[in-house]
Design a protein around this ligand. Sequence first.
Ligand SMILES: [Zn+2]
Length: 635
Amino acid sequence: MSSHLILPAGAALLLMAMLTSCDPGDRAAGAAGGDSVLPDPHSFARPQEARVRHVSLDLTPDFASHQLSGTASLTIERAAGADSVILDVRDLAIRRVTTPGGEQLAFALGEGDSIRGQPLVIRLPERADTVVIEYQTSPSAAAVQWLSPLQTLGKRQPFLFTQGQAILTRTWVPTQDSPGIRQTYDAVIHVPAGLRAVMSAELVDPDGETAGGLTAYRFRLDQPVPPYLFALAVGDLAFREIGPRSGVWAEPALVDSAAREFGEVEQMIAAAERLYGPYRWGRYDLLVLPPSFPFGGMENPRLTFATPTVLAGDRSLVSLVAHELAHSWSGNLVTNATWDDFWINEGFTVYLEGRIMEELRGKDYADMLRQLGRQSLLATFQELGGPQSPDTRLHLDLAGRDPDLGMNDVAYEKGAAFLQTIEAAVGRERLDIFLRGYFDRHAFQPMDSERLLQELNQHLFAGDEQLESRVRPREWVFEPGLPDNAPPERAAAFEKVDRQVAAFREGARPGDLQTRGWSTHEWLHFLRALPDTLDHDRLQALDQTFGFSETGNSEILFQWLRSAIRNHYEPAFPALERFLTSQGRRKFVAPLYQDLAATDWGRDLARRIYARARPGYHSVTAATVDRFLQPQPGG
Ligand SMILES: [Zn+2]
């Protein structure tokens, strides 16, 4: 038990007793109502005793103090005899807890840890099922990034956005923050003039309601979602319609180019619906965030949050949109029950992404995506200590660890390779029928590895043991490495690239290579296939011919900079420093620092750039880089 007890006299002992049995390991299995039956090692909640059904937020951001303050009213459903509810919180200042009528309720913050935060135990009122929590977030809340006007494109207004996955929602909303405990939500957000709030929910009143210098925007999401999908952004935002049910929000200077870049969204939705059934979330909009957004995209329902690094100007990186859209089925509709099964969200989504892109751009294009994915997976195995490392399993054991550690290419690319293996064994048609039924049968429910294997047995293998032994599902899910029945990924389009790489290795000048008409994927394959060691003159010839250091394509620039670091090619370092200080996408930022830190000459350079760039990064990115590059004191 720690600090911060606000108790009516005499209640202290009772709450002490409630908290002493607060270990999630002692929870009984068997929750009702489509909840996960698995204990979640990253949540203090005991949903089978009392669980949150609905969250109603009333919040006001303060851009001077970097805090959100207001109330969260939670609708609780409880088992007979349950007299308290346990929530997850981290770095929240809880002011008071009352009934909707204003009657004070006893509450206490229990002992926690730096990863999970703390349990917040609230004594439930006798009859009512709603508790009102008055609270304030910390300026350093891990989910919330506050950007000064200078960190935006327009330079005139501040910006804020939240990122809940994996377990960060508890730093801005006091609730049961487990992916297995779905909740509906509504919100009213009060913002200063000139700013607009958007959320992963239906905007109830598009113009808002102005009173006392603040405009209140109201939102509502009637479909229950895991709390990591609660999301808020506030900034100087404009909107452009793209299709009948889609559009894009972005800073005014960016919104038209973003609308052009994402012009194929309706085609993508239609393709996904043909394959996997109706899109169930109403609208599908995108929000382009400032460059510090730590991910490529985040599949917040109805409103994908996207990095501006995807705006290449030629729609060459929009498979990211196909990915986030695919999460509307895999992840948001059927959700990993705990973070140990993150692959159920991401592996399925990468597979679906490939299928959607195949519908739009054809098989050659999708094959390139798949082969690049396989390359990334094999590289990730090496980074994790080789294919025998336990962290190369799909089903992970993340208890006691930050679930963020499981967010690597194993979940994404090994998960997708598992589905490719099933497709190769049963045929695409049968797999599609299975997937369509899977999303229908488990819509708005959690899914875990064991239950998924049962699903495959029941609805796909259907007693055909030979088929099952060809797929070897248990080996895929529970064993490390890549099973040897994974179909090889070979994109026909890369053969011509390989020929050019071979010519270059034999001394051909870059200007004589046949590269006309190459897409981003061909360039990525080319850069990855270059010899590990290249001298200064060869690198200079490549850069002068193809302009890699100056490219506006973030994926190509990233791959080029890795070659430059590997070969200590200093002329590219100004571009490297620019890239690291102008965006905070973890996928780009973390490997580049890691590459630098692994050299004898680059560690100090990495530290110097990081000291300057770190204040501009979201906590998700900074926490990853901190692991191998301790922040400078005061940095
Ligand atoms: Zn994803």
